[in-house]
Write a protein that binds this ligand. Sequence first.
Ligand code: IPM
Ligand code: MG
Length: 375
Amino acid sequence: MTYRDHFEQIVQDQLARVEAMKDAPAAADYASKEKIVIGTIDGDGIGPIIMDSARRILEKLLTEDIASGRIELRRIEGLTIENRIAKMETVPADVLTGIKGCDLLLKGPTTTPGSGSGMPNLESANVTLRRELDLFANVRPVSIPEKNIDWIFFRENTEGEYALGSRGVDIGEDISIDFKVTTTIGTTRLARAAFEYAKNNGNQNVTIVTKANIMKKTDGRFLSLCREVARDYPKIAVDDWYVDIMAANLVSDLFANRFHVMILPNLYGDIITDEAAQLQGGVGTAGSANIGGRYAMFEAIHGSAPRMVADGIAEYANPASLCRAAVMMLRHMAMTEAAAKLESALDEAAEVLDMPGDGTGHTAADFTAFVVDRL
Ligand code: IPM
Ligand code: MG
């Protein structure tokens, strides 16, 4: 295929994606649903260990709803790196069918083969699922009460640098080119979700984070569309920052607690939310929600921790991040009481248990027993 054909194909695929977005379903109303199926996906590395913890905790918390059949916890098997490589599919077709039979998903971390890892070049399962299920908003809250910090990040989740991450081109020995995509619908629906959240949660300011001085087309469009959406929310103050200085602001005692709701393109959101989670106490402590119209997927913000597995200390993995994701899932289902109950048990666990992740202190099983005991 010539470079011109490759680029033409990319443009056609993106135009088709835009058409599909136009038909995307409105947000589901879980409160009025008779039955909700929650698929649990173990993932790789420490995934099965932390998911075992999350399932036991949810089984206790939701005993009645599970018994009455209103909620089903359904195990989705086969989203493992071994099975994905054996089938040479990022998300094997039968696994994807199983996933699409659920309403909500709780997902453990999955391995993404990096270039140079010796594994075949499979796309990240996260990226594929976010795209296949059209999970356009990645919502990541971070709170640091002692610093009066209460942040919530709305990261664009299906486009930007990720949309064509596996479709860049090498041109001979000398050049490599990747592509970044911003669409009007993709940006507008994310911005709307962020402003609606701000309005409904009493937040008075929203911050847009880009690098529009350099990425003039894509981030330029992103910034101007966010500002356009902002006009529908005259009571909310809006400012915008470039991502580099924003990375500095978040560690500035003077500025950090002035930010509340933040909107970011995909890759900046990826980086900034790890920084923010680290400030809160580590990437093991933050939950992450991937929200779409028909589906929503909740996951730990961290990866599968292959080093912990290689060092034989996987049982010391902290299930807190995945359990925080479960709290977000319960809120998404409008089960606010159950969410609050779980959240306070997790807060208590964070205070009492010592889980540095280096093979000392408490194990995931200790964590499970502690939390289950408090529900
Ligand atoms: C995240 C992760 C993923 C991402 C990886 C695992 C593909 O870092 O959810 O932040 O880059 O989005
Ligand atoms: Mg990340």
